[in-house]
Ligand binder design. Structure first.
Ligand code: CU
Length: 336
């Protein structure tokens, strides 16, 4: 049914096409081949059945034959065997490759390089075995993060967790998608085969800023990846406190809710705020000082800023006393 001239176009998928983005991981081609096999078998069956239906309806229509329908033969073993056995053979092929690919996609190679992926409303944080952290990378949010940086040519596993609601780790170019579920760990793996930058989506509607929970996977050659790891290892204590606080502000995803440009987001903008007077939801006022910021981080719902929903998570489990001081120094430095 498909014009022969179209076939080479339809079968050449590696660069990405109408159906799929590029194939940038080792499992991508087998996923696509199975998809296309099922797709073309279904297309063939669909066209054959619809055509036969139309032809029979026209050819044996009542006005043409001019009489009431004859009783149809109710049994033909030959036909029944043909239409059972042939489709079953196709099903077995689909099952066999589906099962084989499923096992390959779900079995994490023992030598995989494990990165912890932490999802929360509404950003991603990536923790490497070397203690290095990377985050976000969403151009739109302008958070300055680089996203998930991975080496090319060796298996990488992601251990997914969520600290609030369901999120889903989705990299279309790798054909990888796995939920990040609060209260349990999930894992997925891939082996990137082409250097480049690929979009990383949250594929589970997770609240008002779900569409902004957009990051990227940066695939680097082994040497570039090792160089990147080295360049990321910073000792916060060696930085000026405000600079250390700035890094923590980005790493902890404060940028997802707080802008530093005066425009309120989910939470109030934090530039030029230190030392000013804040009006709270109950009408009382409070001065934004060190103790107030500390309380905002450890017990955010103790005082709610007027006109904002109490949606800030507590950072009591994430931040050490030193880190809280760095963050305070950073917020103070925004007044200068
Ligand atoms: Cu999400």
């Amino acid at each position: 049914m498909i014009p022969i001239a179209l076939l080479p176009f339809l079968l050449q998928h590696t660069q990405g096409d109408f159906w799929f983005p590029s194939q940038a991981s080792r499992n991508a081609s087998s996923v696509d081949e199975l998809f296309y096999f099922i797709f073309y078998v279904s297309l063939f069956a669909f066209i054959t059945i619809v055509l036969a239906t139309i032809i029979f309806a026209v050819r044996y229509r009542r006005s043409r034959v001019g009489m009431n329908p004859e009783d149809s033969p109710h049994h033909s073993t030959k036909i029944e065997i043909v239409w059972s056995v042939i489709p079953s053979m196709f099903m077995v092929v689909m099952f066999w490759y589906g099962f084989k690919d499923y096992v390959a996609v779900r079995t994490i190679p023992a030598n995989a390089y494990e990165i912890q992926v932490k999802a929360k409303k509404w950003d991603w944080r990536f923790v490497y075995p070397e203690g290095v952290e990377s985050y976000g990378g969403n151009v739109d949010m302008n958070d300055g993060g680089e996203g998930l940086v991975v080496p090319m040519g060796r298996p990488v596993s992601v251990r997914l967790e969520s600290s609030d609601v369901l999120h889903s780790f989705y990299v279309p170019d790798f054909r990888v998608k796995m939920d990040a579920v609060p209260g349990r760990y999930n894992s997925a793996w891939f082996e990137a085969t082409e250097p480049g930058v690929y979009p990383l989506y949250c594929a589970e509607y997770c609240g008002t800023r779900h569409s902004r929970m957009l990051s990227q996977v940066v695939v680097k050659s082994e040497e570039d990846f090792q160089a990147w790891l080295k360049s990321q290892a910073v000792d916060l204590a060696s930085l000026p406190p405000a600079e250390a606080g700035k890094q923590l502000f980005q790493k902890n995803g404060c940028t997802a809710c707080h802008s530093l440009t005066g425009t309120p987001g989910v939470g109030p903008a934090l530039d030029g705020k230190y030392g000013t007077t804040e009006t709270l939801a109950d009408g009382s006022t409070v001065t934004i000082d060190d103790n107030y910021i500390r309380e905002s981080l450890l017990d955010p719902n103790a005082k709610i800023v007027a006109n904002f929903a109490p949606s800030m998570p507590s950072f009591a489990a994430q931040l050490s006393a030193d880190e809280i001081s760095y963050l305070i120094a950073f917020i103070k430095s925004l007044n200068e």
